[in-house]
Design a protein around this ligand. Structure first.
Ligand code: PMP
Length: 364
C-alpha cells in the first residue's frame, strides 16, 4: 500500500508500476543488453517503440487517419511560437482566448508574429470566477485559427464546454488535461501537450494535427527554423533531430499502463470522482475556499485557499509530514494546489481529504 502521494503539478507523479518496469529494464532493454538511452533512434527497436506509441495514442484518443502525430521538443512553450510561425502567413491573424497564465503566455508569444484578436472570457460575479460560454466569444471573421487552453494548470480553471466553432480551426493546449478526459479530436485542428503531467517525463511534446494544415500550405513564412517546421518534422517522422529517447520510452510505458487500466473512458470516470470528492470537501467546509464556478473547475488541478492564509504554510508543512507532497500553489496564485492527474490513485485523494478534515478540526 502506497503511503506517499505526490501532488506535483508537473513534472508530476508517474504510475508506480511504470517506474518499476523502467527500473527492471533500465540496463537491459528489449534483451539488447544496453539501456534504451544508449541506442540509436534510427534502430529498428527504437522505430518500433515510436510506432507503438503512435498506435497506442491513436487508440486511446481515437485519432483518425487525416491527423498526424508529431513528437517535438522544447515543451508546450515552444509551440506558443511554432504555432503562429507555421500556421499564419505574414499579415494573417488568429483568435486567442485568455483564460489564465498559460493562455496569456501563448498570446505574448503570438504577438511577435501577428496581431492576435484577444478574447477575455473570464468573468467574476458575486466573487465567483466563471468562463463565458463560447457563443459569446467575439471572433475575428478573418482569423486563421482560434487558440485556447481548456485547462489552466495554475489557476485550476477550465473550459468543460465542447468547442462550438465549426468553421474555424481550433487549436488547444492540453498540457494538463490530455488523456485525463475524453475529447473528440475531430473538434480540433490541432492539440498539443508537453508530456510531463499526464504522459511521461519532461522533454517530449506531443502534437496531434490535421495533415492538411501543414501539407497544403502554399504560403509559408521563410524564417521558420527547420526544427520547428511542422512539414519538416512530419517528413522526417519526428526524427529531424535526435528525439528525447528516454522520455519517449517512458511515455510509451505510461500509454500501455493506461490502456491496461481501461483507457481514457475508464480513467476519466476515476478523475471525475477524485475531483468531486475534493471539491465537495472544500465546499462543505468553512475553512477552505475555491472561488471558481462549478462548471469551470479543473478536474486535474484543484486549487484552493485557506480562509486564514496565515495557516497555509503550516498546512503545507503538516501535509508533507503526512506523506502528501508538493501541494504548494503556484507563486502567482498562492494557496494550495492538488494536481490529481491519471497517476494519482483515488486513495491519494482520500488521504488528502482525511488530512484536510483533521487539519480543519485542529486549526479552525
Ligand atoms: N501550457 C500549460 C497548460 C502548462 O501547464 C504548461 C506548464 N506547466 C505549459 C503550457 C508550459 O509547458 P512547458 O514548460 O513544457 O513549456
Amino acid at each position: 500500500m502506497q503511503n506517499i502521494f505526490n501532488f506535483s503539478p508537473g513534472p508530476a507523479s508517474l504510475p508506480h508500476e511504470v517506474l518499476k518496469k523502467a527500473q527492471n529494464e533500465l540496463i537491459n532493454w528489449n534483451n539488447l543488453n544496453v539501456s534504451v538511452m544508449e541506442i540509436s533512434h534510427r534502430s529498428d527497436d527504437f522505430i518500433n517503440l515510436i510506432e507503438n506509441i503512435k498506435k497506442d495514442l491513436r487508440e486511446l484518443i481515437n485519432i483518425p487517419s487525416q491527423y498526424t502525430i508529431l513528437f517535438c521538443q522544447g515543451g508546450a512553450r515552444t509551440q506558443f511560437s511554432a504555432i503562429p510561425m507555421n500556421l499564419l502567413y505574414y499579415n494573417e491573424t488568429a483568435d486567442y482566448a485568455n483564460i489564465g497564465h498559460w493562455s496569456y503566455k501563448a498570446i505574448e508569444e503570438a504577438t511577435k508574429y501577428c496581431k492576435p484578436n484577444i478574447i477575455n472570457p473570464v468573468k467574476k460575479k458575486n466573487g465567483i470566477y466563471y468562463i463565458q460560454k463560447m457563443q459569446y466569444w467575439k471572433l475575428n471573421n478573418n482569423s486563421k485559427y482560434i487558440h485556447y487552453c481548456p485547462n489552466e494548470t495554475i489557476e485550476g480553471i477550465a473550459i468543460n464546454e465542447k468547442p462550438i466553432f465549426n468553421n474555424k480551426t481550433i487549436i488547444a493546449d492540453l498540457s494538463s488535461s490530455i488523456l485525463a478526459k475524453e475529447i473528440n479530436i475531430k473538434d480540433y485542428g490541432m492539440i498539443y501537450a508537453s508530456a510531463q503531467k499526464n504522459i511521461g517525463p519532461a522533454g517530449l511534446t506531443i502534437l496531434i494535427i490535421k495533415k492538411d494544415l501543414i501539407l497544403n500550405k502554399n504560403k509559408k513564412r521563410k524564417e521558420i527554423p527547420s526544427v520547428l517546421d511542422y512539414t519538416v518534422i512530419f517528413k522526417h517522422n519526428s526524427m529531424f533531430n535526435t528525439p528525447p529517447t528516454f522520455s519517449l520510452y517512458l511515455s510509451g510505458l505510461v500509454l500501455k499502463w493506461l490502456k491496461k487500466k481501461g483507457g481514457v473512458k475508464y480513467i476519466s470516470k476515476i478523475n471525475k470522482k477524485k475531483a468531486e470528492l475534493l471539491y465537495s470537501t472544500i465546499d462543505k467546509s468553512e475553512f477552505y475556499i475555491n472561488k471558481i464556478k462549478h462548471c469551470n473547475r479543473s478536474i486535474t488541478n484543484v486549487v484552493f485557499h485557506l480562509k486564514n492564509p496565515e495557516k497555509e504554510n503550516l498546512f503545507l508543512q503538516k501535509s508533507q509530514e503526512n506523506g502528501l507532497f508538493y501541494l504548494k500553489g503556484h507563486k502567482i496564485i498562492g494557496g494550495i494546489r492538488a494536481s490529481i492527474y491519471n497517476a494519482m490513485p483515488i486513495e491519494g485523494v482520500k488521504k488528502l481529504i482525511n488530512f484536510m478534515n483533521d487539519f480543519e478540526k485542529i486549526y479552525a
